[in-house]
Design a protein around this ligand. Sequence first.
Ligand code: UDX
Ligand code: ADP
Length: 465
Amino acid sequence: MKIRKICCIGAGYVGGPTMAVIAQKCPEIKVTVVDFNQARIDAWNDENLDNLPVYEPGLDQVVAEARGRNLFFSTAVDKAIHEAEMIFISVNTPTKTYGEGKGQAADLKWIELCARQIAAASDTDKIVVEKSTLPVRTAEAVTDILDNAGNGVKFQILSNPEFLAEGTAIEDLHKADRVLIGGDLNTQGGREAIEALVGVYSHWIPRDRILTTNVWSSELSKLTANAYLAQRVSSINALSELCEVTEADIDEVSRAIGADSRIGGKFLKASVGFGGSCFQKDILNLVYISRSYGLTEVADYWEQVIKMNDHQKGRFAKKIIKSLYNTVSGKKIAFLGWAFKKDTNDTRESAAIYVADHLLCEKANVHVFDPKVKAPQIQSDINYLQSRNQEENESLLSIDTDPYGACRDSHAVAILTEWDEFKTYDWQKIYDSMLKPAQVFDGRNILDHDALRTIGFRVYAIGKA
Ligand code: UDX
Ligand code: ADP
């Protein structure tokens, strides 16, 4: 079966870039990305490519190439579902904030809504592809809804988890290590559906990198991949604390262990803590599923990865407070970076949010500069925690559009995101404008610490004595 029309529900960080690349690489397929958020769709359709709702290096060129040709963004959800032969579900699945499984299980209400909408708007057979990260066995629930709430048409459900990392999404999509497709290998219809999706990806991904599995393996592989990656960050962060009290240097330790080909050098960068929409959520899912099967030791094991991450964020904030003579009340502290990593405007679960919140509880005046994150997003991230009321947040937390302004008259500068431009700032100028002793807290170990010390800064870096 050759696919001619694709619909993707959800125009976010996953749906937007993924569909843009599919449209770019498959010019004969009409790809329509739909979302019920009108402002988001308007931004995707904005003539000025600087206004796209997702910032990703290279995304603007891909959108410029395909938009209007075979890539469309729309709020007409039902129409796009009705037309398409293949529908990707790419909606958000945040951790539940209420009821049973609160704080751990994934909130599947958007997925269920999508399934019901697909069932209602379909009068021909369709292939439904789960793109969002989902707990294992979600496909079962989606299948059940489609089979029972629909108009008698046949649906094939595939799991096709996304492995792109934000900040390198376009590169990751163009040169994926692997594409994973889970489906019903036991039936002719299932195998045909898998082949139809293989046909889409094989426009640009070598066939031997497209892995096919059963649905449950595919769903669990996604959770596991993220859990493994997050575990590496927590492991190196745990050692960073040990390095700080010994004469060891975490970057040297990373280099030494990463040179072992069995360990590998990637994902060994100690930091203020991992963030992003996936790591914490996926591990919590793993923990929740394990507990629900009574696997206490398995659940406890993975939960520790999150506890370590929370500890790392907390101890960074405490280090700042301690170094500023145990009080930050009324003191200006500059934050360089708010995004959860460089080259994205995504702030979900960013370490910066939790470090800022800790300092705001101590009545510090936090001034934030981030090259890509907009002021309303920063305020809304802090308000979302509900640690204090909105007015108090606004009086304590300021957003600057210029890094030098953020640092002027501050007691300390903290690096929360590893944006490249921070390395090339005029640090002498920053030093001259700060209160003394001027302190730098490098939560990403990206600055030249010796050079900063020569200027006169006191420097704290993760995992350095
Ligand atoms: C992750 C997975 O990498 C990706 O495959 C999956 O599809 C989605 O989740 P993402 O969250 O976008 O991608 O970014 P990633 O590069 O994995 O970084 C996650 C967090 O870990 C960031 O906050 C990053 O700064 C932090 N990190 C990463 C470290 O602190 N140290 C490292 O060595 C690597
Ligand atoms: P992700 O990182 O998984 O892409 P985002 O939050 O960036 O998550 O994007 C998910 C998008 O899905 C949001 O723009 C949201 O408005 C959209 N969405 C959620 N549920 C539906 C639905 N039932 N119909 C259409 N769009 C939806």
